[in-house]
Design a protein around this ligand. Sequence first.
Ligand SMILES: Cc1cc2nc3c(=O)[nH]c(=O)nc-3n(C[C@H](O)[C@H](O)[C@H](O)COP(=O)(O)OP(=O)(O)OC[C@H]3O[C@@H](n4cnc5c(N)ncnc54)[C@H](O)[C@@H]3O)c2cc1C
Length: 420
Amino acid sequence: MQEHHVVVIGGGFAGLQLVNGLKGAPVRITLIDRRNHHLFQPLLYQVATTLLSTSEIAWPIRSLYRDRPEVTTLLAEVTGIDRQAKTVLLKGGESIGYDTLVLATGATHAYFGHDEWEPVAPGLKTLEDATTIRRRVLLAFEQAEMETDPAVREALLTFVIVGAGPTGVELAGIISELARVTLPPEFRHIDTRTTKVILVEAGPRVLSSFAEDLSAYAQKTLEKLGVEVRLGHAVTACTAEGVTMGDTFVPCRTIVWAAGVQASPAATWLGAPADRAGRVVVDPALRAPGEEDIFVAGDTAMVIWESGKPVPGIAPAAKQQGAYVAKVIRARLAGRPAPAPFRYRHQGSLATIGKSAAIIDFGWLKLRGWLAWWIWGIAHIYFLIGTRSRLAVALSWVWIYMSRQHSARLITQKETMREE
Ligand SMILES: Cc1cc2nc3c(=O)[nH]c(=O)nc-3n(C[C@H](O)[C@H](O)[C@H](O)COP(=O)(O)OP(=O)(O)OC[C@H]3O[C@@H](n4cnc5c(N)ncnc54)[C@H](O)[C@@H]3O)c2cc1C
């Protein structure tokens, strides 16, 4: 008899946890991803802000399963699903049959119907996004050093971050520290300490998913780092000249988009109901509606938490869902009763502000300041894959603290936007 074929789309947190959870099960697994690497997105902002290099936070997916002969890794982009034929359709025309399918294709940033802003206001989701942002930030300082027109120089030294969730706060804090601490001795014609970093948020506070006192602390810490926080300001236009918020125009050459979430098109592939962010509304066993053999996990699934809120789009939630689906598949293959419905266990929320402060909300315990930063740092090192990455990241951080230098300040790839 042919072994049961599980096809997993997406080698992110949910997909990998699922494949790990199926170790030893009587299955053959095909893991498809359009990128050749698994990415530790929580530290992506550190690549964008020159603290870490790309290889410290990403790993070739193929290498993770070198000792699992039943796992086949394919570098391919999925474009659709034929539920009747039980096949996954790939860009290029190929198709792959499945017995069980798991969609774990994640989410990306959303421009609230203004996709035309993306070229001037890149979001942060992939390594390419991170190196694009890094290049733009570093080029802005380089161009300001050569610029003779004071208005253009000021625009070059103005950085606008849209969205004050964890990513926006993290980016703003580090860019401000870069300008105020690391760069000043290296430039001769500009004072990089005059750099403006503006964090724009449509809502009433930064880090709105945290308790109010923690979000107030985060705002105060950002302001101490030199970040200008503008709350209650919705962005109405982004262009190569600057950002408009209602009646206010801020001339700037570097905009980073850290607002909005849009799930992958998994719901469209399945013709399944989706929420406003495009996430597939799954049943309590994380199955697509009406589908016995199709599961959806991670950021691309919408599942209700006990409190009635949707499970948050964070890495621990994606991992728990991946592990749960593995359990369901194992039980099914062994002829055992299905496990109890998926139940999300929230372990806490963490965010950093600059290089020495963080906030942590475990529910039962709230922490802020340097102690929170240490816990944040240790947790993130623990969750990296492999000893080499853990040592490399720990060493980079120690070096940055001792030297006040950022170790990955490289301008790479061609910058087209500014070369016209
Ligand atoms: C900048 C940033 C910072 C974050 N910080 C934190 C944090 O501090 N803490 C935290 O808990 N969470 C954080 N998150 C959220 C966390 O990273 C996500 O919740 C988590 O990655 C979701 O896992 P996933 O497996 O659902 O999707 P992902 O990890 O995004 O994986 C999806 C995979 O699917 C692949 N894929 C997508 N479409 C296709 C296709 N058509 N064909 C083939 N492959 C495809 C992608 O290449 C990707 O590898 C952050 C996210 C971002 C972007």
